[in-house]
Design a protein around this ligand. Structure first.
Ligand code: ZN
Length: 177
């Protein structure tokens, strides 16, 4: 593992991105070298800004080598999210995706309700063909008030497709309508 790290960092003449930024000598057993190659300087810059080099060092030392790569990926992701969104970091992304799930689940529920509605309407109209019976059970047509509401709701939801929702209560209010 250490040899491959040295290969990536390119030997003593080019220190890894971490040592370059920290202006220190990149030793043979540098813990950063396998994960922060010199050609990716920004990767370490954000992680260093958010976590601090000594904390990253400590975390990597505490982990077995086969888990260090994943830990670095996780820290890089979290650091980038924190730089983009200093208040919420990853939670902002999670919350935004959760809102999208809520919106999409609502769209799905509306569409499923519409399918049921159309199926019922279709069954009723085909049975009325057989009976030729204009009783109170026979369907009027697709312009019934309930289907209008359904159509406008569906249109409304589809227009919001992939919109990142800002308000936390938005999904809830959609469920309650
Ligand atoms: Zn180094």
């Amino acid at each position: 593992m250490k040899e491959s790290g040295r290969k990536q960092s390119g030997g003593a003449s080019s220190p890894c991105a971490a040592c370059k930024l920290l202006r220190r000598r990149c030793s043979q057993d540098c813990v950063f070298a396998p994960y922060f190659p010199s050609h990716e300087p920004h990767k370490f810059a954000n992680v260093h800004k958010v976590f601090g080099a000594s904390n990253i060092n400590k975390m990597l030392q505490e982990l077995p080598e086969h888990q260090r790569g994943d830990a670095v990926s996780s820290m890089v992701y979290e650091a980038n999210a924190r730089v983009k969104d200093p208040v919420y970091g990853c939670v902002g992304a999670i919350s935004s995706l959760q809102q999208q799930i809520n919106v999409l689940q609502t769209q799905l529920a509306v569409t499923q309700a519409e399918v049921v509605h159309l199926r019922v309407t279709h069954n009723a109209s085909s049975s009325s063909l057989w009976n030729n019976n204009a009783g109170h059970n026979s369907p009027t047509n697709s312009e019934s008030p309930s289907s209008n509401i359904m159509d406008s709701q569906a249109k409304y939801f589809f227009e919001m497709d992939m919109v990142v929702v800002d308000h936390a209560s938005y999904g809830d209010s959609m469920w309650s309508c």
